[in-house]
Design a protein around this ligand. Structure first.
Ligand SMILES: [Zn+2]
Length: 252
């Protein structure tokens, strides 16, 4: 007996056909809930594919409004949305893509004082933000509270992506093992560094795919990998990464 309706069996038939998914995997995808922080290029693309894949519950947190300069890379947004809160515009589109997925929004900025309130109910957190300060905050919280963190960063033609569960053992790194916070004020957002349109989509797609791997429990080595795509030189690499013995966050 499956928990999937006739309609769901038809809708997800191309996923269910895959041995690595099957009916059981699709049921696990349906039963999962995911939190996304940041709804720019990464967040819109990741949210879109997670909802299309049948994730049962998705919460998106963002405080920005839609601007004209977002529209070169942020899917789900249209010219008519300019001036609206991103969460509002995106939730509307996600519901039209998959009315069966529960979409919850929070128009807030994640900060030290509210991070626990918003992240606590979720086991899988997608960091789709574009600044080091928030990334360090999310990483610290996820390590301390045993959350799985799926992170990505974008710049010009480059994508970097990771899945973290640094609390699980003595080998898995956290975000700061790779990018230690040395107190420098580095701004690495798209606003400063620029980005070519499809790269944002690609980063979000990789985050969504890593998330589905985690939901389907295909996690062998996934938490010790640095995925790097240089789409200008077409140089795609997977680098093995381990916990940094000097890390201030996860190696205490
Ligand atoms: Zn660490």
């Amino acid at each position: 007996m499956t928990l999937l309706s006739e309609k769901e069996l038809e809708k997800y038939s191309r996923q269910i056909l895959i041995d690595k998914v099957g009916i059981k995997g699709q049921e696990e995808i349906k039963a999962s809930s995911v939190l996304l922080i940041g709804c720019g290029g990464l967040g819109t693309s990741a949210a879109q594919y997670l909802v299309m894949a049948g994730v049962g519950k998705i919460k998106i947190i963002d405080f920005d409004s839609v601007e004209l300069s977002n529209l070169n890379r942020q899917t789900l947004l249209l010219e008519e949305d300019i001036g609206l809160k991103k969460t509002e515009a995106i939730a509307k589109r996600l519901k039209r893509i998959n009315s069966a997925s529960e979409v919850i929004t929070q128009t807030k900025k994640i900060q030290k004082h509210n991070i626990n309130k918003y992240l606590k109910p979720y086991k899988i957190i997608l960091d789709c933000t574009d600044n080091f300060k928030t990334r360090y905050l999310i990483n610290k919280y996820c390590h301390k509270n045993k959350k799985i963190l799926i992170s990505a960063a974008l710049q010009s033609f480059d994508v970097q992506a990771f899945a973290f569960s640094s609390w699980k053992n003595k080998k898995n790194p956290c975000y700061e093992c790779i990018f230690p916070d040395i107190g420098q004020k580095i701004n690495n957002s798209c606003d400063q560094l620029g980005i070519i349109a499809p790269i944002a989509g690609l980063g979000g797609v990789i985050q969504a795919t890593l998330t589905l791997n985690v939901i389907l429990k295909n996690t062998k080595e996934i938490f010790q990998e640095f995925i790097s795509l240089d789409c200008f030189s077409r140089n795609f690499r997977k680098i093995k990464v381990r916990k940094n013995p000097e890390c201030k966050i996860c190696n205490r």
